[in-house]
Design a protein around this ligand. Sequence first.
Ligand code: NAD
Length: 124
Amino acid sequence: MKLLVSGGAGFIGSDFVRRMLAKHDDWEIVCFDKLTYAGNLDNLKVVADDPRYTFVHGDICDRAAVEAAAQGVDAIVNFAAETHVDRSIAEPEAFPADRHPGHAHAARDGARARHQAHGAGLHR
Ligand SMILES: NC(=O)c1ccc[n+]([C@@H]2O[C@H](COP(=O)([O-])OP(=O)(O)OC[C@H]3O[C@@H](n4cnc5c(N)ncnc54)[C@H](O)[C@@H]3O)[C@@H](O)[C@H]2O)c1
């Protein structure tokens, strides 16, 4: 199994990455994260040298970047989001951008990755 974990440098995403690599010897994980104020690669230090782990710096709102990073993955697990309530007051514009187009890219590319994994044709 190969996963792309978007928002994987955040609080919950990094725990998921660490746990899945510890639990499944044959899993590979691509962590895809914009590294906002909330993302922190220190959360992933323990897996940084693991050959099954790759980090890609990118924005889930960037369709091309998500597609490139999702090449060959079986599924996408998305944790990327603006999550801090204070930020929703100071910079509310960032929230709909992350919550809608970014999630739509992640969901669509995840579905496509799954479709490819089962050997079926692609339909846009
Ligand atoms: N923390 C909780 O207690 C909790 C509880 C329930 C649900 N959730 C949900 O789980 C998800 C993750 O929460 P969290 O606490 O880990 O958040 P977090 O803020 O710690 O992490 C979010 C991660 O997403 C990344 N990110 C933000 N925008 C991005 C973008 N456009 N492209 C790529 N990466 C981007 C950040 O850099 C960060 O690493 C959110 O949807 C949150 O609402 C969290």
